[in-house]
Write a protein that binds this ligand. Structure first.
Ligand SMILES: [Zn+2]
Length: 515
């Protein structure tokens, strides 16, 4: 161990010790909320049950009464929800808001979508120690509730440092297990991996099984950004499910998609994998975001980093369906090209697509921002309607992909109202109660007496996302009220100063029978 790593190690152990001292005693102090009466709305309660007309009363941080024609009590604030739906606040099972939430406590992109609880620490990367992350949130008070995963990549990097391009030794795996155990004791809800990225890419399945077995002890789950999301994605999904099988943990496959031409049209096979695993007794779920495109830099179209290879570019473009599917979003030398596809730019410049890209990289370097349409809408529809699929944004704070500001309203507008792929209550269940079951959150995700008062009020006729590839931060419309722990954080479309969110530590509750 070199001296820098020793230092990191010592600091981490110190923090772990401190975490031990405060574990259990750290509870956020939220001023008591005055009661609310939400009147006249249609309750879609999150369980999948049909909408019903009723009023909802909250007191403190909880829902205390649900009934017809409840009358306001003295001092109670009344919110008129006539013509609108009252639903549980959305739980975003896959998000990257841990990058920045400590500074952006208002989490406006999330609040405006109706998200009241987030589960970051995904794709193998998390903030450690968990005790410190949660301690900071306890002190600073975010607007929304925050859970966390423990990232396999983060743990692997702490133990292996720069020497990670190899399988871990038994001793290193023991050290990683210790860190995962500590994170679970500190309140993480599961382990996430990001096997397309360094350093997770170099982990053997045995390493993942060993670490997932630690989270199994605590009733946690294993989420994976799988090893390959393109041509060999089926093998990658099988690997994730096998970790669940061997470690006896529920599995969450992150941002489930068929994102390359060789696998388009295979959605039926994909959901069969989920169903077969479930039949076998493995609790496998997956999360899905409602966009046909991903955002990254243009060089990720290449498997190699060989920018001068015409052949490589041709293959890279073909795999995503051609240059008309590659939209340029950030090209600094000539901003007039932003918003045009490579096919359009090539035509304008009278060149072929590959020459166009090569010339652009010569002028700007390979970090040209693109939005790449690489998913087939009929595959996506098949995923969306499947009961083992949950909704996750894969968003972040101020993210460059429109999903960061629009994912949940887009599901309601595009997939429920316009395409009518699912009844509203069923879609809401995928954003609330089923997600709560997967992450082990017994007191949220349902509108019922005794549950926490995390609520969203939206107009089913108008709710819609407005964020686009070129304007990814545009706020949604038709969703005027968001309530977190009984306090109004979005009030008739305006952000309030309330910061009622909490760090939510893993709770000793599991909805799934022990296997
Ligand atoms: Zn990911």
């Amino acid at each position: 161990m070199n001296s820098l790593r020793s230092l990191v190690w010592v600091m981490l152990l110190g923090a772990i010790t401190m975490g031990l001292l405060v574990a259990g005693s750290a509870q956020s102090v939220t001023p008591p909320a005055a009661g609310l009466l939400i009147r006249g709305g249609d309750i879609v309660d999150g369980t999948g049950a049909p909408a019903r007309r009723a009023d909802v009363r909250t007191s403190g941080d909880a829902i205390v009464e649900i009934g017809a024609d409840l009358q306001p009590k003295e001092g109670e604030r009344v919110i008129d929800a006539t013509g609108k739906v009252v639903a549980p606040g959305f739980i975003d099972i896959h998000t990257h808001v841990d990058r920045g939430i400590e500074e952006h406590l208002e989490a406006e992109d999330q609040v405006r979508q109706g998200i009241t609880t987030v589960v970051p620490g995904q794709c193998g990367g998390s903030l450690l120690p968990v005790s410190e992350f949660f301690g900071t949130l306890d002190r600073r008070h975010p607007a929304i509730n925050v859970m966390t995963m423990v990232g396999h990549g983060t743990v692997r990097e702490l133990v292996m440092g720069g020497d990670y391009k190899r399988p871990a030794t038994a001793g290193e795996i023991e050290l990683m297990k210790g860190l995962v155990d500590r994170a679970m004791q500190d309140g993480a809800v599961g382990l996430s991996s990001g096997l397309e990225y360094d350093p997770g890419f170099f982990a053997k399945p045995e390493e993942l099984v060993a670490l997932a077995s630690v989270v199994a002890k605590y009733g946690g789950f294993y989420a994976s950004h799988v090893r390959n999301e393109t041509d060999t994605v089926f093998d990658a999904w099988r690997e994730a499910i096998d970790v669940g099988r061997k470690a006896h943990v529920p599995v969450e496959i992150s941002h489930f998609k068929l994102a390359s031409k060789p696998v388009w049209g295979r959605a039926a096979e994909a959901v069969k994998l989920l169903e077969d695993a479930k039949r076998e007794g493995i609790q496998v779920m997956a999360d899905w975001y409602p966009y046909q495109y991903w955002a990254s830099s243009i060089y990720v179209l290449l498997n190699t980093r060989n920018f001068d290879s015409r052949k490589e570019w041709e293959v890279g473009l073909d795999v995503v369906g051609g240059p008309q599917n590659v939209l340029v979003t950030r090209y600094l030398p000539d901003k007039s090209l932003n918003g045009k596809t490579i096919a359009q730019i090539a035509e304008m410049q009278g060149k072929d697509a590959v020459t166009t890209i090569m010339d652009m990289i010569r002028a700007a370097g390979p970090g040209i921002g693109i939005m790449c349409t690489s998913m087939d809408e009929s595959d996506m529809a098949r995923f969306f309607v499947h009961p083992q699929i949950l909704i996750g944004s894969d968003g972040s704070l101020g993210g460059s992909h429109p999903r960061s500001a629009g994912a949940f309203p887009r599901v309601l507008a595009r997939y429920v109202r316009e395409k009518k792929l699912l009844p509203l209550p069923e879609a809401i269940a995928k954003m609330t109660s089923r997600t709560a079951a997967q992450v082990g959150l017994p007191d949220r995700g349902v509108v019922a007496v005794g549950k926490k008062a995390d609520l969203v009020v939206f107009d089913p006729a108008t709710v819609a996302d407005r964020s686009t590839p070129l304007e990814p931060g545009l706020a949604p419309v038709g969703l005027p009220y968001v309530i977190v722990n009984g306090q109004v954080v979005l009030d008739d479309g305006k952000m309030t100063d309330a910061r009622p969110g909490r760090a939510i530590r893993r709770q000793d509750w599991t909805p799934y029978p022990a296997r």
